[in-house]
Unconditional design. Structure first.
Length: 398
């Protein structure tokens, strides 16, 4: 079976909008829905959702483009990721303002440096949708907006001064909410730093506003290659014709795409949904990279799954899903330990030089080390020094 990606039908409220406006990303961003009144034009809000809006000043910002609102109105699962409910103020098992201790890992404003070779650079706090499960609620949608000149220069200087940093991950907020002019300038400044090999851009825009991916954006990204795109598709219903075209355009122009998904309770926490999402992404030449255990940020208890149920999903997929389509289950250790991967355990017995496994279909097997073979050092040559330099790099961890 091949997959069919269908053009999204705008919600009735947008029925009269001409196609050239609808397919223009700037129009989509300017027409973003923000208030209860805006959303009631597209959704028949239920009591829980009205209760969510009723939280007033405490409410984590709510926004969505006309395109994504229309998608939410046609799919209950997506609706739950973008509309607030009263459950967001219910006390939960773990409610952390800064679950990943990013504040203490921030040596200068807008930089998060947890791993020695790569940093996050929070270029804006604006997103095209405010996911109810966002891990960075303390920052996103707080209307700080663009970074100021001084913070921007300090961030670049920090990256320049730390030669161990090889990769910059543009994040936020959503870097693709920036204009091509500002995005291009940022990419140019980062590319000019000698120690930087890879630039990644984390963005939900291909899902929320796929019109953002146009020829002009592609030209901007190509100029600073290698640039990797990290998308955020959480449900197969997000893979419309528009989204498929956006992904195709990126890959056609040499921009590799990796997808990250958050496992969400009652939304995508089933092997059938994850396999559907993963196979369609792979067909569109996008590598399913991580599925994340939802972080315990404030107001997310009703959206988090249990660790055991997440592990069960991955174990079910094993053996039925191509390794290319298989995402890695990952949990960001609260309080800033970095990520840990949760891989199904096939080990049955272990002793010196011997391991016994039971595979995905129940078959057992033993692996033995070679007899009396000495483990020989290969000729490491010029790579020795490169590795030593990488190992010496430090993070500013407290
Ligand atoms: C997730 C994360 C990264 C990237 O990790 P990868 O495993 O390389 O994808 C980098 N820095 C921070 C602070 C992160 O949270
Ligand atoms: S797109 Fe990412 S940063 Fe923005 S609200 Fe959603 S999870 Fe948070």
């Amino acid at each position: 079976m091949r997959f069919e990606f269908k053009t999204l039908k705008p919600a009735p409220h947008f029925a009269e909008i001409p196609a050239e406006k609808w397919s223009n990303w700037i129009w989509q961003m300017q027409q973003t829905l923000n208030t209860e009144a805006d959303f009631s034009k597209v959704f028949e809000l239920n009591e829980g959702e009205r209760g969510g809006f009723g939280q007033g000043g405490k409410l984590f910002k709510v926004s969505a483009t006309p395109y994504y609102s229309s998608l939410g109105a046609s799919c209950q699962s997506i609706r739950r990721t973008l509309l607030p409910t009263g459950l967001e103020v219910k006390p939960g098992a773990q409610q952390m303002e800064d679950p990943l201790a990013e504040i203490v890992h921030s040596p200068t404003s807008r930089i998060i440096h947890r791993y020695s070779d790569r940093v996050l650079f929070l270029v804006t706090d604006t997103c095209s949708v405010y996911c109810r499960y966002c891990t960075r609620k303390r920052f996103t949608g707080q209307e700080e907006g663009l970074i100021n000149r001084q913070d921007y220069q300090n961030a670049l200087q920090y990256i320049r001064n730390h030669k161990g940093i090889r990769e910059v991950i543009l994040s936020g907020g959503d870097p693709l909410t920036l204009s091509n002019r500002i995005l291009g300038q940022t990419l140019r400044d980062i590319r000019a730093i000698e120690n930087i090999e890879i630039i990644r851009i984390g963005s939900k825009m291909p899902a929320v506003c796929p019109m953002r991916v146009d020829k002009e954006l592609i030209a901007t990204l190509k100029e600073y290659s290698p640039v990797y795109m990290m998308t955020h598709f959480s449900h197969p219903k997000e893979l419309t014709k528009e989204a498929a075209d956006a992904l195709g355009l990126l890959v056609d122009h040499g921009i590799p795409i990796f997808n990250q998904t958050v496992l969400l309770n009652g939304i995508n926490n089933h092997a059938a949904i994850i396999q559907a999402l993963s196979r369609r992404l792979l067909y569109l030449r996008v590598k399913p990279y991580y599925i994340f255990q939802c972080d315990p940020s404030e107001g997310t208890d009703h959206l988090r799954t249990s660790i055991e149920s997440s592990e069960k999903i991955v174990k079910e997929l094993w053996g039925h899903l191509s390794g290319l389509a298989m995402p890695t289950l990952s949990l960001d250790i609260p309080s800033g330990g970095g990520k840990t991967t949760l891989v199904p355990n096939f080990l049955e017995k272990s002793s010196e030089g011997l391991r016994e496994y039971r595979g995905w279909d129940g078959r057992r097997g033993i692996y033995k080390n070679p007899e009396g073979e000495e483990i020989l050092p290969p000729d490491v040559g010029e790579y020795f020094e490169e590795w030593e330099v990488l190992k010496r790099a430090k993070t500013p961890c407290p």
